[in-house]
Design a protein around this ligand. Sequence first.
Ligand SMILES: C[S@@+](CC[C@H](N)C(=O)[O-])C[C@H]1O[C@@H](n2cnc3c(N)ncnc32)[C@H](O)[C@@H]1O
Length: 350
Amino acid sequence: MKSGQASRTAEVAAAFRASHTLYAEPRILEDNYAHSLTGRFWRFALSNRFTHWLMFNRLLKRLSPVIAQVLVRSRYAEDTLAAAMKRGIDQYVIISAGLDSFSLRHSQREASILQILELDHPDTQASKRQRLQSLNVSLPTALEFVGVDFERQSISTALAASGFRRDAPAFFSWLGTTHYLTHQATTGTLLSIAEYAAPGSEIVLDYSVTPESLDADKHSELRWVAKLAARMGEPLIGGIAPSALHSVVTAMGYDIIEDLSSEDQKSRYCFNRRDRLCPTVACRLLHLRLSRDRQAISEHDARGGAEEGVAETGRLKRPRAVGAATDYALRDPDCATKEQPLTRSPICTT
Ligand SMILES: C[S@@+](CC[C@H](N)C(=O)[O-])C[C@H]1O[C@@H](n2cnc3c(N)ncnc32)[C@H](O)[C@@H]1O
């Protein structure tokens, strides 16, 4: 992100949700606030069928897999949250919320008290709050905004300064962001949640796989998207091999509930569509739960057990403090390490 400027990709993601809500059938996600949350340019592009067709069916046609991914990731997070609420979870942390409108839609639909915390980069959050003010919508009383820059600050520091309840499990979503972060920032944030949140807490996030794990015929599509993201000032730097990420989060005390490939996402949410919307092959959706046995893992870790276990896999170095976050450096040959340059993530501008 450019300093002093709200995230442009957050705006693009909202424009994708608005486009889908206004013009697609059947809907994967219905976001009736997305249109008014976008800026003037996108509101104009979405204002009638012709400008919409020009923008989405001509100029941005190649972005269709990314558009599908933006819709599917939010739908998946909201479905997973609904299931978690049935199990009694009553606090929701939306990490890097961008122009996500869940809090507005939820408060209209349900009377239940879900405490919602929106965490985001202060520049993006300030711009969103201004837009919400100009929309004159009433915000849910149980919504709190918390500013945080993950390249400088840990999520636990941000949560400690908020109304977050550490003693109760929470649900976290982290969508469309790890693609733009260094591995240190991504793994540092996951570790910070693992150390701070109560056992049984859950997180849904999306991540980009490394280009090497994709067929060569996908590379030109991916390069095009990467170029576009870089031009918007938000280069894609976060590609991770699934096996390496799994080793890292398991060592932190997470259970892996699901890790959906694009095929899994397609069969769950985009099956048999006339418009052939289908999520990009480059992004996966990961659902994690903090193990109830985490205490035991921490004690084992404190005794150096994790170091031995991890050394066996050859994938992790011991975490070490880097700025505000602890660094779980990846050693997988497909992944970035301090010694190797960071792998450019292939896709997911949003
Ligand atoms: C593509 S947007 C995704 C927004 C939203 N989650 C969605 O799905 O539409 C990326 C988000 O990451 C946030 N972000 C980028 N770098 C960040 C950082 N260093 N610290 C905190 N948030 C960051 C941006 O402010 C933006 O809200």
